[in-house]
Design a protein around this ligand. Structure first.
Ligand code: ATP
Length: 210
């Protein structure tokens, strides 16, 4: 099995590239989707988060108020770390469960991709056989976040600036996919990357460690 990390800044096109990799046959583990599921009402992770952050991070009907939580951690580094220490281990253990399920499938392509928005910020690059970094020119990223996501331009810029820089992501990249242009151009790059992943030496270290 090849275990590959996929990352990129907000609005760079990670999900778009993940879908293209899935079309080729990769199994995708989506860290964002897992963390959303882990925050469902009644879950241990949500309960622990409320114990640390107070009920101000809940909506009237007891669901996680993502905007309220985001504004707390956006301004407070210690709180951001505290949230990470609650959510991160739970996400990792669910990701491991999904990886084991993928491996047990007789039709498994052997390529597992973990889509992790904060891969650089959380220092996880070393545990992968390779990392795909998706990069999009700043002006184009802003345009997509504003036009297609309906974000306010200043908020979008502040979010971008709070994350790792393009340079920091490049430093851990095995492959760099430039998604500044058409989807066709991105798809061509993804096909090349997927071909190279398939050609990599198979590693058994992740299997033998468990
Ligand atoms: P986030 O970090 O916010 O989850 P992301 O990195 O997963 O974002 P996507 O959701 O894949 O990014 O892309 C952001 C937006 O840009 C989406 O609306 C997507 O449809 C659009 N998009 C992605 N790639 C392209 C492209 N090459 N051309 C035009 N639009 C694109």
């Amino acid at each position: 099995m090849k275990r590959i990390g996929l990352t990129g800044g907000i609005g760079s096109g990670k999900s778009t590239v993940a879908e293209m990799l899935a079309e080729r046959g990769a199994v995708i583990i989506d860290a964002d989707a897992i963390s959303r599921e882990l925050m469902e009402p009644g879950s241990d992770v949500l309960n622990e988060t409320v114990r640390s952050f107070g009920s101000a991070i809940l909506t009237a009907d007891g669901r996680l108020d993502r905007a309220a939580l985001a504004s707390v951690i956006f301004e407070n580094e210690a709180k951001r770390k505290e949230l990470n220490s609650i959510v991160h281990p739970a996400v990792r253990s669910e990701a491991e469960r999904q990886a084991a399920t993928a491996q047990a499938d007789p039709g498994f392509s052997g390529v597992l991709i973990e889509d992790i928005p904060l891969l650089v910020e959380t220092g996880q690059a070393q545990r992968f056989d390779g990392v795909v970094v998706v990069e999009t020119a700043l002006a184009e990223r802003l345009r997509r976040l504003v036009d297609q996501r309906g974000m306010n331009r200043a908020d979008a810029l502040a979010r971008i600036q709070a994350q790792a820089s393009d340079q920091e992501r490049r430093e851990i990249a095995t492959w760099l996919v430039d998604n500044s242009h058409s989807l066709e151009e991105t798809r061509r790059q993804v096909e090349t990357v997927y071909g190279q992943i398939l050609e990599m030496q198979d590693t058994v270290k992740h299997i033998s460690l468990r």
